[in-house]
Design a protein around this ligand. Structure first.
Ligand SMILES: [Fe+2]
Length: 297
């Protein structure tokens, strides 16, 4: 880790979240993370139109003077066949948003969220092969026509095509080239490690650390045993609880390995913040900053 690394916090399109955390969003982070498509609604045939949160987030940016980072959820960077018309509309909207928010970098989630024209809620796993590598590379190329620094986050998948420990080497293959970065979500690594039975370090030791531009910290819950016929409970990347000790430990071990890190973001899902959670989140944001200061020292 070299240079100054910022502390980030997620903006969520939910009035209660923004009201309860107003002071924390204004006072604690260096930058705010926006999922651009959560600020859109279907517009006319040509474009996505801004929804009310588009203006709310812009006002917060203007009032606080904070930088913004984009973390998309729906470009579907892993789709093997791209919908050209959808891509054109999507990119045109991102270009307009970039002009307003001046995104420092733009990431989406590894995986496919559109298959055969159907929009999926969560990203589906990709095979770790050359074809998927080329598909993700094409999507990143398109994003890079608007924001120079782009990349993706390692997602949590509940089934995999192959051994998840093959993923880091494949990520290195996809990210070869200028301006391509990894958003390393440490809770996602921990969650996949818990669910598939490996030590997180075995994944981390295979990563292209020089590509890591941002770290994500968050917490999660466990699935209801009644969801699966086996009665098995899985760890979820639900972003609805505090950061667990195991992820704080991964954070401390990760920092010295990231020469090009620019930000560390605390994530929290909308609909999961009550009054009792505000002090916890403020404390977590301060712990991120303290940990960064210690690592720099
Ligand atoms: Fe994340």
């Amino acid at each position: 880790m070299t240079g100054r690394v910022g502390v980030g916090f997620t903006l969520q399109p939910e009035e209660r979240y923004l009201t309860l955390l107003d002071r924390e969003l204004r006072e604690e982070p260096d930058y705010l993370v926006v999922a651009p498509e959560t600020t859109w609604k279907p517009g006319d045939e040509e474009a996505f139109a801004p929804n009310g949160y588009h203006r709310v987030f812009q006002e917060l940016k203007r009032e606080t003077g904070k930088a913004c980072v984009a973390h998309g959820v729906g470009f579907s960077i892993g789709s093997a066949v791209r919908d050209e018309e959808r891509d054109a509309r999507w990119l045109a909207r991102i270009a307009r948003d970039h002009a307003l928010f001046d995104f420092r970098w733009y990431t989406d989630h590894l995986g496919a969220t559109v298959l055969d024209g159907r929009e999926l809620t969560l990203p589906l796993a990709l095979p770790y092969d050359d074809e998927a590598c080329a598909a993700v590379g094409l999507a990143l190329d398109r994003l890079q026509t608007i924001v120079p620094d782009v990349g993706f986050e390692n997602s949590v998948f509940y089934f995999h095509f192959g051994d998840p420990l093959e993923e880091p080497a494949w990520i290195a293959q996809v990210l070869a080239g200028p301006g391509r970065h990894l958003l390393l979500d440490l809770h996602n690594v921990y969650t996949t490690a818990c669910n598939t039975g490996f030590e997180p370090e075995r994944y981390l030791e295979r990563l292209p650390w020089e590509r890591v531009i941002e770290l994500h910290l968050s917490g999660g819950d466990h699935s209801d045993p009644g969801w699966l016929p086996s009665g098995r409970s899985l760890r979820l990347d639900s972003h609805d609880h505090g950061v667990p000790d195991e992820v704080w430990a991964l954070f401390e071990s990760a920092l010295p390995r990231c020469p090009n890190l620019r930000g560390v973001t605390l994530e929290r899902m909308e609909g999961t913040v009550e009054e009792d959670d505000v002090a916890l989140l403020r404390g977590e944001l301060r712990r991120v900053r303290r940990t960064l200061e210690l690592a720099r020292a």
